[in-house]
Structure formats: structure tokens, C-alpha cells
Design a protein around this ligand. Structure first.
Ligand SMILES: [Cu+2]
Length: 170
């Protein structure tokens, strides 16, 4: 919740920066009287364009971050095992997994991403560090005892997901 507020604040901040930047760009358009002004006009416009492009990308990234955060999936109970497949491709999908406490969880990591960044998945709270084979499913099993949020990350802690453990019987 708190993180989401921060993210929306950042989006609003970027919106403000964008409006300032476009205001600056509009102001540049006016002085066309001398050759001097025309000479520096193009690099400035290019700079503004690059800046706007960069800000736009940051905005997109934040948007993706906020959007992807809301995606969660509940593990399906199957013969006493809570099972869920997680696609590993430029991150984790879903990145938020909901399970119940006190029952065995089996997460099936399907690694599609070739980058070495995602070759390992780490669940520090459950003392798991598992190598993931490319284009194959690698399962990780553990039994969460206490409700709460537990992280799973790539080997370098760059990509993150959350296992939300709810009370038994939920
Ligand atoms: Cu990584």
C-alpha cells in the first residue's frame, strides 16, 4: 500500500517534469530572429526530445511496476499440495503468490529467460537457493508455518516476487 502511494507520487512528479520540459521546449521555439539562436535550437530540441523520451520510459517502467504489483495468483490445492506455476521471463509471472500456512507448497518455476540473472531463484526465509534449468520446469517445495509475506528473488536480488502466506483454512 505504502509503496504504491510512493509510486503514484513519482508518476505525478514525472507528469509535472514533463509539463515543465514541454514548456521549456515551447519557449525555445520563439527566438528565431538571429542565426545564433537557430544554431543552438536543434541540439536543444534534440536534448529535450531525449529527456522527454527518457522520462516517458521511466513513467512506463513505473506504470509497469505498479500494474504488475496488483497481479497475484492463489496456488491450487491438489492432493494436499498447494501448487502453482511461475513463468520466469524478464521477471516472475505471477510475482505475487497466495498460499495457506501449514500445507506443503510446490512452486513450479518455468524458466524461459536465457539471462544468467534469472538462472537461480532464492527463497531466503525457507533456506532455498535453486538453480533453474532453461526451458524446463524446476520445482521448489516448502511448508510455510507462519502467515506473512515472504520474498523470492533472483540470485542477485534484482527481480523479486512475494509469497503471501494466509492463515490456515483461508
Ligand atoms: Cu538477477
Amino acid at each position: 500500500m505504502f509503496n504504491q502511494k510512493i509510486s503514484w507520487g513519482s508518476v505525478a512528479g514525472i507528469g509535472f517534469l514533463l509539463s515543465v520540459a514541454s514548456g521549456v521546449k515551447a519557449a525555445e521555439m520563439h527566438p528565431k530572429q538571429t542565426a545564433q539562436f537557430q544554431q543552438i535550437e536543434q541540439p536543444l530540441a534534440a536534448k529535450a526530445g531525449v529527456t522527454l523520451g527518457g522520462l516517458g520510459l521511466i513513467g512506463l517502467e513505473l506504470w509497469w511496476f505498479v500494474f504488475s504489483k496488483s497481479k497475484s495468483r492463489q496456488a491450487e490445492s491438489n492432493q494436499g499440495v498447494q501448487e502453482l506455476t511461475i513463468i520466469v521471463d524478464g521477471g516472475y509471472e505471477p510475482a505475487r503468490v497466495i498460499v495457506s500456512a501449514g500445507k506443503l507448497v510446490r512452486l513450479n518455476f518455468m524458466r524461459r529467460d536465457r539471462s544468467s540473472c534469472l538462472e537461480k531463484v532464492v527463497l531466503p526465509d525457507f533456506h532455498i537457493a535453486q538453480d533453474l534449468a532453461l526451458d524446463r520446469v524446476t520445482s521448489v517445495e516448502f511448508t510455510p508455518k507462519q502467515p506473512g509475506n515472504y520474498a523470492f528473488t533472483c540470485g542477485m536480488n534484482m527481480f523479486r516476487g512475494v509469497i503471501e502466506v494466509q492463515n490456515e483454512g483461508v
